[in-house]
Write a protein that binds this ligand. Structure first.
Ligand code: ATP
Length: 457
């Protein structure tokens, strides 16, 4: 992709450029709206990412000027307190918004979706299989089932319920459903019920009239109105306050709704996709979720498997998140494959993002991974027979002890060289033949191992 970033925060610009360039994209990053307009005149961009709060020309004004040319899709970055402005930006035609601080992998994913939309607009006949490949990585049997289901349910206009643990890709699936539906060129609007207080959820979803509550200084349309004719993705539906559930049920039943403080009945046509990491049936049993609403949203459902149940997909995701010239040392790959990933794909993406900051020479090694993941990798290296979980399971206590001993030897050697160099880390690193940053990480790891309680047999 060709990406234009406009943000007055230098540290964010650096991190963004570093990540996107590692992933093979071309980026121009500038600090102000004026510079952005000059770049937009000179170059062609697929996607632009604007910070909303900038001195001088605001992100919204810049959006207006860029929208007029219709050349690129725009993603807005916003702080927690300016979500309302971000919603205005969507009304003005921005592709989407993300709140800062945000994960670079997530921002890149959003840019890919925006650039895909741009291509779909210019290309009258985008092929659907190409779209699917772009957004959803995974060839394991469990993910193939998910993809088959998406193809079956997307063309209908029925509500979809996506369930699965946090970070499994529920939002990615929601977007894939929309991309394969008849509404793919219509708005895709999202809301996360867990991220907002109760009154704000209601006002975001249904809008409000001026003066209907303290702080409602202007009238505001809700996301149902903004998404009219398109798709509304309601994330963390399990967090939707009980008091609001009848209002959602009503709009699902006949499309009718009212703004907070409003007297006019409005009718909208919106396809609803909802997601949750809770067991909604259990929430119904516990009295936290209305049964009638549950049946209304649970017409078509997708269950996202946890990452540890998607055999082979960890390698595919690693290759998706890290493109050339990045590579992963075999022992580090083993460790990544052996880890259970309780935070699923999001955690994998974060770990890789962190590793690219720590690694030298575009190569991720065990030392660049968090201790709890790397430790698994060290143990796997000892089990020469195989990479598989089964092989690892055969590893008995004695082998564990050998592994710890190996680690102890390397620790003793590193500490001895450091002592010989009178604690001078730069010259110790030179003697050891490793980069100084790597020495820092090893010392950190030794320290954290010391604070980890030891197992006794
Ligand atoms: N199959 C996949 N292919 C590529 N990227 C993925 C995939 N699944 C998840 N991701 C990436 O992982 C991150 C988390 O995905 P997503 O937000 O869709 O998860 P989620 O299940 O909705 O999480 P939560 O329940 O916390 O909202 C995102 O950056 C997303 O782009």
């Amino acid at each position: 992709m060709n990406i234009l970033l406009v943000d007055d925060e230098a540290a964010f610009r650096d991190a963004f450029v570093r990540w996107m360039q590692f992933k093979g994209h071309r980026v121009i990053a500038v600090a102000s709206g004026g510079e952005a307009l000059a770049e937009a005149d000179r170059n062609e961009f697929d996607v632009a990412v604007f910070d909303l709060n900038m001195p001088g020309m605001s992100g919204l004004e810049l959006l207006q000027r860029v929208q007029a040319s219709g050349k690129m899709e725009v993603i807005i970055l916003t702080g927690e307190g300016t979500i309302e402005s971000a919603v205005s930006a969507i009304q003005m035609g921005a592709f989407g918004y993300l709140t800062k601080p945000c994960v670079m992998g997530e921002l890149e994913q959003r840019c890919l979706e925006a650039s895909k939309q741009r291509r779909a607009r210019s290309d009258q006949k985008p092929t659907r299989s190409r779209r699917a490949r772009l957004s959803l990585i995974g060839e394991s049997p469990a993910m193939r089932d998910v993809v088959r289901l998406i193809h079956r349910i997307a063309p209908t206009d029925k509500p979809v319920l996506i369930q699965g643990a946090s970070g499994t890709g529920k939002e990615v699936v929601a977007r894939a459903v929309q991309q394969h539906s008849k509404l793919c060129d219509q708005p895709f609007v999202t809301i996360n019920c867990a991220a907002l207080p109760e009154l704000l959820v209601e006002s975001e979803l249904f809008g409000h009239q001026k003066g209907s509550f303290t702080g409602a200084t202007t009238e505001k349309p809700g996301l149902f109105e903004i998404a009219d004719g398109g798709t509304l993705f309601i994330d963390e539906i399990g967090e939707l306050p009980l008091a609001l559930q009848p209002k959602l049920l009503r709009v699902l039943e006949d499309g009718s709704m009212r703004r907070i403080g409003g007297h006019t009945e409005r009718t909208v046509r919106v396809r609803i996709i909802v997601a949750t990491n809770r067991d909604l049936a259990a929430e119904v049993q516990a009295g936290n979720f209305r049964e009638d609403l549950y049946y209304r949203i649970n017409v078509l459902s997708v269950h996202m498997p946890p990452l540890c149940e998607r055999s082979g997909d960890i390698d595919r995701l690693v290759d998706h998140f890290l493109t050339l010239p990045w590579q992963v040392e075999p022992a580090a790959r083993e460790a990544l494959n052996r880890f259970d990933w309780p935070g699923n794909v999001r955690q994998l993406s974060n770990v890789l993002q962190r590793a690219t900051v720590l690694a030298d020479d575009h190569t991720i090694t065990l030392d660049d991974l968090p201790v709890e993941i790397a430790r698994g990798g060290v143990e796997v290296r000892r089990v020469d027979a195989g990479n598989s979980r089964a092989a690892f399971a055969r590893c008995d206590r004695d082998q564990d002890r050998d592994t710890i001993a190996l680690d102890e030897i390397s620790k003793a050697h590193v500490l001895e060289v450091l002592a010989n160099e009178n604690g001078n880390k730069a010259s110790a690193a030179r003697k050891l033949g490793i980069h100084r940053r790597k020495l820092y990480r090893l010392l950190e790891r030794y320290q954290s191992n010391e604070s980890t309680p030891q197992m006794t047999s």
